[in-house]
Ligand binder design. Structure first.
Ligand code: SF4
Ligand code: SF4
Length: 212
């Protein structure tokens, strides 16, 4: 339990620090530094999974208060429309994002591309469930989902101990947990955001981060 709390608070601190850094870079005009941070996140995800998503990404951090407001209000967000349930959209978003950066660099236009992506992400979180942006529309997620395929570490369910209660599935923001025979759960590595919410919610502590 102490470990779970430690991870929970460490993640909050990490998210606040990186959110502050992000807006600091926007404010000072050094947004290209964020590309370096993202690059480190991609390299890290080749080995350790998508810590960038769960611990660094400002879009994911902004989803926290939105989720809290919805939880308090007892209202539900919309499900992902079927037209958006296609992997191709995040690649389209990535191309649009890169084109935006190149256009700004070549024309000298003062367009805050990074901030626009964050605001679009937050806009989707305001209306749709978290999965919509994370899984289908995030340009960063497109790259990270490929890189994290190679990761040798991630969140794993101990199948022999899982009691099939489904609490992990209820909290997973990216619908990454699937049900196997006998109600045992399994985490799909490449879409896992390393947010540890499943680990926090498991009543029998059978979800651990380790070698997959
Ligand atoms: S499987 Fe767990 S760590 Fe991965 S995204 Fe879902 S809740 Fe987060
Ligand atoms: S919360 Fe834990 S016990 Fe329940 S289904 Fe998920 S992994 Fe299994």
């Amino acid at each position: 339990m102490a470990d779970k709390k430690g991870v929970y608070y460490s993640r909050i601190v990490s998210q606040i620090i990186f959110l502050t850094v992000f807006f600091g870079l926007i404010w000072t005009g050094f947004t290209q530094v964020w590309l370096v941070i993202f690059g480190v996140g991609v390299i890290g995800s080749l080995f350790f999974g998508r810590f960038y998503c769960g611990w660094v990404c400002p879009i994911n951090t902004l989803s926290r208060p939105i989720k809290w407001v919805y939880k308090k209000s007892g209202k539900n967000r919309l499900k992902t429309p079927s037209i958006l349930r296609k992997n191709v959209w995040r690649w389209v978003a990535l191309i649009a994002f890169i084109s935006g950066i190149v256009y700004v660099k070549t024309t000298g236009l003062r367009l805050p591309v990074f901030l626009i992506v964050v605001l679009i992400g937050a806009g989707f979180f305001l209306v749709f469930g978290e999965e919509t942006f994370h899984k289908y529309l995030c340009p960063y997620g497109a790259i990270l989902s490929v890189a994290s395929k190679f990761a040798r570490y991630g969140l794993i369910v101990d199948k022999s101990e899982c009691i099939g209660c489904g609490k992990c599935q209820e909290v997973c923001p990216n619908n990454t947990i699937i049900t196997l025979d006998s109600d045992v759960r399994y985490i799909e590595d490449r879409e896992c955001l390393n947010c540890f919410r499943c680990e926090e919610s498991c009543p029998v502590d059978v979800i651990k981060y380790g070698k997959t």
